[in-house]
Design a protein around this ligand. Structure first.
Ligand code: AQP
Length: 328
């Protein structure tokens, strides 16, 4: 069985992009070798209200369980409950170079957004080291992620290989598993930008927990183009391609074949909204059930933290020993 790890940041409300690009695949492929975390330490790299962070961490964990991760077999945990992440992160910080960190597009994008006058934390610069620790602690062979995470996987592989060549075989070098359809869901109002939790685009961002009416309104108002021809062409018709992709994932079809069934944009939007509402209904129902059962959620997270620590502590110990740190 393949050891799998992938995580989610509690940086905002979970989007349809997070679900289609990542969470759905975690649920479909889950096993006793799957580890999925809510990485709350990453959310501290930008300023955030403590109460809001706590609430988002809990609701993100709830979403993972509502989506169908089974905490009896799959390990579902909160990153800060597993101190090994922060500990290994220092070793990773000392294994990655300033130059490599400077080339990360997420640092450039997020620091540009904050601007020269704002507070750019050192954590926003060094977070790839923490992310490498998140992955390498679990000896993960595969990391199922959306397309935006390619650069993070590359730097993690580079860090693992460098550490292994300096200190001997310590880490499994992981590879990314990126879905064929739905790996990059775009903003409905700006289909050349990725749909994102922290983007300031309320009409362009479909939230996983949007009610049916809101969802329908957002899909129907999605930006398309004016040539009126229905075909799957992400380069020249990104808005339409995005809708066809959403419809394809919701119905288990293929975007190019689905395009052949339509001659007008209106019916495509109507069908996409209807399919999406049905597709998300079970997640909404389960989320409401779990909200009413906080004991179940806290027990699941406590079990997840114990299971995660049992694996992570062994890897951390191996890495510390190989790097030359003295045993107590
Ligand atoms: N638009 C997307 N399409 C497909 N997959 C996506 N993912 C994110 N956006 C899309 C995938 O969701 C997983 C969790 O992402 P994350 O929480 O680690 O952070 P992210 O990739 O930076 O996601 P966001 O929503 O854009 O968050 P913010 O706004 O905080 O930066 C990952 O597997 C990701 O690929």
């Amino acid at each position: 069985m393949t050891r799998v790890l992938s995580c989610l940041q509690p940086t905002g409300d979970i989007t349809l992009g997070n679900y289609l690009g990542a969470i759905k695949h975690w649920v479909d492929d889950q096993s006793s070798e799957s580890f999925h975390g809510v990485v709350d330490l990453h959310a501290l790299t930008v300023s955030v209200d403590p109460e809001q962070l706590r609430a988002r961490t809990l609701s993100t964990a709830l979403v993972l369980l509502a989506a169908g991760l089974d905490p009896e077999s799959t390990c579902v945990f909160v990153q800060s409950h597993v101190p090994e992440h922060a500990q290994l992160s220092w070793l990773m910080t000392c294994t990655v170079s300033y130059g490599e960190l400077s080339r990360m597009t997420q640092f450039k994008d997020k620091s540009d957004k904050i601007g020269d006058q704002g507070f750019i934390s050192a954590g926003l610069f060094t977070y790839p080291a923490l992310m490498a620790a998140d992955i390498l602690l679990y000896d993960a062979e595969e990391v199922p992620v959306g397309d935006d995470q390619r650069q993070h996987l590359e730097i993690t592989r580079d860090i693992a290989q460098r550490f292994n060549s300096r200190f001997g075989d310590t880490f499994v070098v992981p590879k990314a598993a990126i879905p064929k359809v739905g790996a990059r869901i775009m903003d409905l109002q700006d289909p050349t930008s990725k749909m994102s939790k922290s983007a300031d685009s309320p009409q362009g961002t479909v939230l996983l927990l949007d009610d049916a009416k809101t969802l329908e309104k957002k899909i129907k108002r999605a930006v398309t183009d004016t040539d009126g021809e229905v075909r799957f062409d992400p380069a020249t018709k990104p808005g339409l391609a995005n809708l066809l992709t959403i419809l394809a994932v919701a119905t288990g079809g293929d975007p190019a074949s689905l395009a052949e069934k339509y001659t007008q944009y209106g019916p495509l939007k109507t069908d996409t909204a209807a399919a999406l509402i049905e597709f998300l209904r079970p997640v909404h129902e389960r989320f409401a059930e779990l909200q009413a059962n906080p004991d179940y959620v806290s027990k699941a997270l406590a079990t997840g933290a114990d299971k995660a620590r049992a694996v992570a502590s062994v890897t951390l110990d191996r890495a510390m020993t190989n790097a030359g740190l003295l045993h107590r």
